[in-house]
Design a protein around this ligand. Structure first.
Ligand code: DAK
Length: 257
């Protein structure tokens, strides 16, 4: 039987979702994203669950969108996979979500962590937006949420160079809430979730809603704009070259076509 892409557990009022494609470093295939969005919506509708923890494993929270799936995808395939968009469904969750990031949170993995409401990172966590090395750009909020979180100067550098940063730097620039030792980051994320879960549930949901409103007016338009640019790049030769190079474990030779 095929293993599930996610694991779902309940720990009292805290729902825990674990990304479960360890061999692919939790690459976010469309199947995984749809299962994750379904699980999150189920928790969101469940009065007994008051806060959610999203995690991966110690090597990878998620190393990004599934490059092997995307390398064969045209812009049309990508548009179809976005109707409806699992990413938008995740962003619409009313209950607070804590990301517990153990290892790599790259590309879509970094964007997924940024879509959560707080990030507890292991000292070993690595964040980055390396899409530029594949001939594409972030397509799930990396140009928008990251810029809101850390400012234009730093976001621009990370998005244009693909540089990976460690947990300490991510904390210092305001990307993550808290850094914890590798053997306790998950427990600390759960502890944070239990604290949130002990508060008045409606107040917690409306507090989240109000904090997000601090930038959401322009965020929605920004996310749509980013998604369009992202999808357009799926019709370029550079995207074919960048993703082929990843699969063949070599450096890409971009031609600007
Ligand atoms: N996709 C598919 N497979 C991946 C993967 C990925 N993102 N990342 C790693 N893997 C696979 C590797 O191919 C390898 O598989 P095998 O060769 O064993 O079959 C296995 O996981 C272990 O990886 P490595 O052998 O590469 O492990 P290393 O420790 O040497 O390196 C690494 C770890 C994380 C540095 C490296 O794997 C890496 O650079 N991974 C790619 C990181 C990346 O470029 N991420 C960005 C992907 S683009 C969307 C919006 C957004 C997105 C998608 C859709 N919509 C709005 C529709 C997101 C796009 C992206 O994230």
């Amino acid at each position: 039987m095929e293993e599930s892409n996610i694991l779902v557990e309940r720990e009292g009022a805290v729902g825990v979702i674990t990304l479960n494609r360890p061999k692919a470093l939790n690459a976010l295939s469309s199947a995984l994203m749809n299962e994750f969005a379904d699980a999150l919506e189920t928790f969101d509708a469940d009065d007994e669950i008051r806060c959610v923890v999203l995690t991966g494993n110690d090597r990878a929270f998620a190393a990004g969108g599934d490059i092997k799936q995307m390398s064969d995808s045209t812009a049309a395939d990508m548009v179809k996979r976005e109707s409806p968009s699992p990413w938008k469904r995740v962003a619409k969750t009313r209950k607070p979500i804590v990301a517990a990031v153990g290892g790599y949170a790259l590309g879509g993995g970094c964007e997924l962590a940024l879509t959560c409401d707080m990030i507890v990172a292991s000292e070993e966590a690595r964040f980055g937006q390396p899409e530029i090395d594949l001939g594409i750009i972030p397509g799930a909020g990396g140009t928008q949420r990251l810029t809101h979180a850390i400012g234009k100067a730093r976001a621009m550098e990370l998005v244009l160079t693909g540089r990976r940063i460690g947990a300490k730097e991510a904390f210092e620039i305001g990307m993550v809430t808290k850094v914890a030792p590798p053997d306790s980051y998950l427990e600390e994320a759960k502890e944070l979730a239990r604290t949130v879960a002990s508060k008045a549930p409606l107040a917690a949901q409306l507090a989240k809603d109000a904090v997000l409103k601090a930038y959401e007016g322009s965020l929605e338009a920004g996310l749509d704009y980013e998604r369009r640019n992202f999808l357009v790049l799926f019709s370029t030769e550079d995207k074919e070259e960048g993703m082929a190079a990843f699969k063949e474990k070599r450096d890409p030779d971009f031609k600007g076509r």
